[in-house]
Design a protein. Structure first.
Length: 669
């Protein structure tokens, strides 16, 4: 049977589509209306780390696969079952034998795994092995602006350059350590009380798969427990990505390696195998954070932007400290065809200054005090076709929050999903971050329905509808309100061309000007994209043209419209990749702004918003000088036709054009 499957896999290899850049394949999760920039940058940083040091498919653990956010619970189980049964896997073409994996997921997965030997690693580590087989990576990135903001002349304490450096060491994905230093434009460097040079540092040591020690993180790290109701310092992928992963809960530790200066912990975290099916995760963190203070020294607002460019911003830097202690005890039976899990999560958070926000009507139930306690149970069951997961949480005041997701692979071509959440208006958790229409895990009751239908290899249709009710007042809403969000996406492959269409409708409610009744605010967004390979598959170079049109109609009392048309070309040579694009945009105002994802250098996320009337263009080149050295450069230029200045305040540029150059060098030893 194994030889028969291998023969089929080898034959199917001939029909595998050419592997494209995984960043391009993953772009659907980077839509600005679906995932914010901070989350997108963190997602890309983690995936860049995994793509740089791929996982050996013959030594995969379930925890390894759960680090890939695009895999559903059924897909994780299906991959583990196949590898356990047919180990060693001899070619990635065997992924086509796993029926739970669709073509898109298989293509993405090949960017993060490789076929290696199946012999288990020795539990003992020797210094000679670390020195001989460990990989060192050094990377530097520099952004040079060709403009001057008002703050660059008078206001910002540093110079206009943005730069960062990274060092990483990796030994077989079992020992990793590194440091990242990052500096935003305008922040002082070795000056103005910033004696440590870079404004932000991420430093970490990670040990994995060492007998009963499943994972140990020391330094900066992130924790994701259950579905995020009590602790999630990782990321939340948004509604379209939830459809991709079918609501799978995440239960992982991760080193914080990115330039993002918020949303992580500092200290130590470890997962230990107490018994074959019992795991204990514990963490402790103590870190400084930024905050605006009241006159009495209490905290009015916790800040997360990480900017320290002016005297005022620098005075807020690290003026408050927060301590987090937490644990997770999880039980996972090993049944092959029915795998339930159950876990208890406990988190305690304490601030050295009391939180005392301004208690306006809509913030009456905001987080207040110095010490906070949260606990939850997360649970679920996964079979070959069905998955149910959920989490129920309680805070120190007894308020509840609950989130449940169910997915069913009804047929080989149709998968459906339902997600329900209830967040009490009195529920608070400082580190909570989960699926929601609002900005917090609080004051929300909603139902999400999604489906994906792939009647053939060439046709894919998927979409969702999400309704949310907010029982208590919200910002700019003086009574209970509702929201509705729906999306429909279709893709058709014809020969070697790809056509995509996407439509999204979003309804939200706000007070009218007199605050006497609620006013519905509508937003319609549509996108058409055509991807055409220019050269035949046998050509030495691969040239691809991507034509895209975006439109938006926003009705926020007055109707505003926006349109963007863009053309992108990519040329892929053995050692050189070139990307170039030009886009024309026109919108009535900020409400009808338009977004477009743009390729960038490693660990950099570019999804700018445009409004008004203008032209956008960029040119990027990535050249592999050798197997060890890679150089990249990206030049971007924006010209506005309807204004003489860009932005306002210290960010104002007294010119209708804005351009910058991004340079990057990566050396792997």
């Amino acid at each position: 049977m194994r030889l028969f499957l291998l023969a089929i896999a080898c034959c199917l290899t001939l029909t595998l589509p050419a592997q494209t850049d995984w960043r391009q394949d993953y772009r659907e999760l980077m839509e600005a209306a679906d995932i914010d920039g901070g989350d997108a940058e963190e997602v890309m940083a983690q995936l860049e780390d995994l793509a740089a040091d791929k996982l050996n498919i013959n030594r995969l653990s379930r925890n390894d696969l759960q680090r890939l956010p695009f895999l559903s619970a059924q897909q994780v189980e299906a991959i583990m079952a196949y590898v356990d049964r047919y180990r060693p896997v001899r070619t990635l073409a065997e992924l086509q034998m796993i029926t739970a994996l669709d073509a898109d997921t298989r293509r993405l997965l090949t960017a993060f795994v490789y076929v290696g030997d199946s012999a288990p690693d020795s539990l003992r580590l020797s210094l000679s092995d670390l020195l001989r087989q460990g990989r060192h990576t050094v990377m530097g990135t520099l952004r040079i602006p060709f403009y001057r903001r008002h703050g660059d002349r008078n206001g910002y304490l540093g110079y206009a350059l943005r730069h960062d450096v990274r060092y990483q060491f990796n030994y077989r994905n079992r020992v990793r350590f590194g440091i990242t230093g990052a500096q935003d434009a305008g922040e002082p460097f070795f000056s103005s009380n910033n004696r440590w040079g870079y404004d932000h540092y991420a430093y970490y040591l990670q040990l994995r798969d060492m007998g009963p020690l499943v994972e140990l993180n020391i330094g900066t790290y992130r924790v994701q427990m259950g579905m995020g109701l009590v602790m999630n310092t990782g990321f939340h992928l948004g509604k379209l990505a939830t459809l991709q992963s079918w609501g799978r809960s995440t239960r992982t530790l991760a080193a914080h390696t990115s330039r993002s200066s918020a949303g992580y912990l500092v200290g130590a975290a470890a997962t230990v195998r107490l018994a074959p099916r019992w795991h204990l995760t514990a963490f402790a963190s103590h870190q400084p954070i930024d905050a605006t203070l009241n006159d009495d020294g209490t905290v009015r607002t916790v800040l997360t932007d990480g900017y320290h460019r002016t005297t005022t911003e620098l005075a807020r830097k690290h003026n408050t400290r927060v301590t987090d202690l937490g644990a997770r005890l999880a039980f996972t039976p090993a049944a092959a065809n029915c795998r339930p899990h159950l876990a208890l999560n406990i988190v305690h958070t304490r601030f050295n200054r009391p939180l005392s926000p301004q208690l306006t009507d809509y913030r009456r139930y905001a987080l207040q005090g110095s010490a906070f306690f949260n606990a939850s149970l997360d649970y679920g069951v996964t079979t070959g076709r069905f998955s149910l997961s959920g989490e129920t949480a309680v805070n120190g005041d007894g308020a509840l929050a609950a989130l449940h997701a169910m997915s069913l692979r009804a047929t080989t071509t149709l998968t459906v999903m339902a997600l329900h959440r209830y967040y009490d208006k009195r529920y608070t958790a400082f580190r909570a971050y989960a699926f929601s229409e609002g900005s917090a895990v609080q004051n929300e009751h909603g139902l999400y329905l999604g489906a994906a239908w792939q009647p053939s290899r060439r046709v894919l249709v998927k979409g969702y509808a999400d309704y949310a009710h907010f029982p208590w007042k919200r910002y700019l809403v003086s009574t209970s309100s509702d929201a509705f969000d729906a999306l429909l996406y279709a893709r058709v492959l014809y020969k070697r061309c790809t056509a995509e269409a996407r439509y999204r409708f979003h309804l939200r409610q706000r007070d009218n000007q007199s605050k006497t009744l609620l006013q519905n605010r509508y937003e319609h967004r549509a996108r058409l994209r055509l991807v055409v390979p220019v050269l035949p598959p046998a050509a030495a170079a691969a040239v691809t043209l991507t034509t895209q049109a975006d439109g938006v109609v926003a009705d926020y009392g007055t109707v505003s419209r926006g349109l963007m048309v863009s053309q992108q070309v990519r040329c892929q040579l053995p050692a050189l990749q070139l990307d170039a694009a030009i886009a024309w945009f026109r919108s009535d105002d900020y409400d009808s702004r338009l977004y477009q994802y743009e390729p960038s250098v490693l660990y950099d996320f570019s999804f700018p918003a445009y409004y008004g009337h203008g032209l956008r263009t960029f040119l990027m080149a990535r050249y592999a000088v050798s197997r060890r050295l890679t150089l990249a450069a990206r030049y971007a230029f924006t010209r506005y036709f309807d204004r003489s200045v860009i932005s306002s305040g210290l960010q104002q540029i007294d010119h209708p054009t804005q351009s910058d150059l991004l340079l990057q060098l990566r050396l792997r030893l």
